[in-house]
Design a protein. Structure first.
Length: 409
């Protein structure tokens, strides 16, 4: 049931249409129902009982990247993304998740055990291609080209506490599923940079998927045990910060957990305390001056703003400032750096025809900079960008990987 506060958001829409032009989905579709304004009006009609939850409405509701561009551009302050997430919950409450999503999310919540040795070559790809057989691609590449699962779980590869002599700081590190299963190199770079700067790192081994993909798909009930477990593990006051290097996980811990719990009638005090401690790795690293520690990394770098870092968490300057500190690494701002890459988690698999158009523009802007590196703090964006690059010789990385390289890691 949508709460009164969110339900009343629909009356804040003055139908000005300012949200239309910046919406990446509307730009591809150019039809009112696919615009943020169109979706808000459809939701209003449903809530007022003038429209039914038809198949067509559900298709339109889920044709959205949840990129929050509409929310930050709305002059009435309407939280369009909150409204659409609440409506998705209403829809899934009534009709349930598709079988494919249910299976995928059962893996993420631990309700369904992963197959024996999921890290052997091809095992993870087999699961994904079985679930999404037709659209089993990341960008233009089939899964088996783009996804290279870790040899073993990152959480199993590292110690729970990584001590340093005379620590200058102490953090908890929330790794997220992408680092744990697919991109252990980012996890290793994060630990390496923090350790070299003299920060003790604690990586709670029992941490679970942040649950945001499940919430975004409309099933907060299924995500709830993960949320409660993560809040219990990470709400600690004996650390400087809870650092996160995945934009979506950061958005979960910082912004969405208190909101989800409030909407579900759960207590929010611990989630609110945790959200105060959460920092993107780039924000935390800005407190160090790196004086004389950084070695040259020759090349040119451009930076793509992940939606969940820029709009959900307000992090824009920190990753750029860190990259600019690296000697002999020229920073080149691309056009439209803040525009969604078109990935949107599983959006690219469900709506490849819309996703392709959005991503093509992003790739053009990246390649026009002549960069040798494109850095971004979101695993889904890295997958989408690397799967669609046209030119060779461009490396897709997390900013922390370039810092680790510059520090000699
Ligand atoms: S910008 Fe806000 S007020 Fe204007 S049409 Fe869009 S949702 Fe409505
Ligand atoms: S969240 Fe993004 S894709 Fe969805 S309606 Fe708003 S601007 Fe468009």
């Amino acid at each position: 049931m949508i709460s009164k506060t969110i339900r009343e958001e629909v009356y804040n829409c003055i139908k000005c249409g300012i949200c239309l032009t910046p919406c990446p989905v509307y730009k591809q579709r150019l039809m009112e129902p696919f615009s943020p304004r169109g979706k808000v009006q459809l939701i209003r009609n449903i809530l007022e009982g003038r429209l039914n939850l038809s198949e067509n409405f559900i298709r339109i509701l889920f044709t959205c990247l949840l990129c929050e561009t509409c929310t930050v551009n709305c002059p009435s302050g309407l939280k369009v993304d909150f409204l659409m997430k609440a409506m998705r919950t209403e829809v899934i409450d009534k009709f349930g998740l598709s079988e494919e999503k249910k299976v995928l999310f059962e893996f993420l919540t631990g309700q369904r055990p992963l197959p024996a040795n999921p890290f052997r070559e091809g095992a993870l790809n087999n699961i994904l291609t079985a679930l999404f057989p037709i659209k089993g691609k990341a960008g233009t590449d089939p899964f088996n080209k783009s996804l290279h699962p870790n040899g073993q779980s990152f959480l199993n590869m590292v110690s729970e506490v990584i001590k340093v002599p005379q620590p200058k700081g102490r953090v908890l590190y929330f790794t997220g599923c992408a680092t744990n299963y697919l991109d252990g190199a980012v996890g290793r770079a994060t630990v390496d940079v923090l350790s070299r700067l003299g920060v003790e790192v604690i990586i709670p081994k029992e941490q679970l998927c942040c649950g945001l993909p499940i919430f975004f798909a409309g099933d907060p009930k299924m995500a709830l045990p993960n949320i409660l477990k993560n809040v219990a593990l990470f709400n600690r006051q004996d650390v400087d910060a809870v650092v996160v290097e995945c934009a979506t996980c950061g958005a979960a811990l910082k912004k969405e957990y208190p909101h989800i719990l409030r909407e579900m009638g759960e207590k929010t005090d611990k989630a609110l305390a945790l959200s105060q401690k959460v920092m993107d790795i780039s924000q935390y690293l800005m407190r160090f001056d790196f004086g004389g520690m950084l070695r040259p990394v020759p090349g040119r770098v451009t930076y793509h703003d992940p939606c969940h870092l820029l709009r959900s968490q307000g992090v824009k300057n920190e990753p750029r400032s860190l990259l600019r500190k690296i000697p002999e690494l020229e920073f080149a701002e691309m056009d439209g750096a803040d525009v969604c890459c078109g990935g949107g988690g599983i959006f690219q698999w469900e709506h490849p025809e819309i996703s392709e158009g959005i991503t093509a523009r992003k790739i053009e802007n990246i390649e026009n900079t002549g960069a040798t590196f494109v850095a971004t703090g979101c695993p889904s964006c890295r997958l989408q960008i690397s799967g669609n690059l046209k030119k060779d010789g461009l490396e897709v990385v997390h900013p922390v990987q370039l810092l680790a390289r510059s520090l000699g890691g």
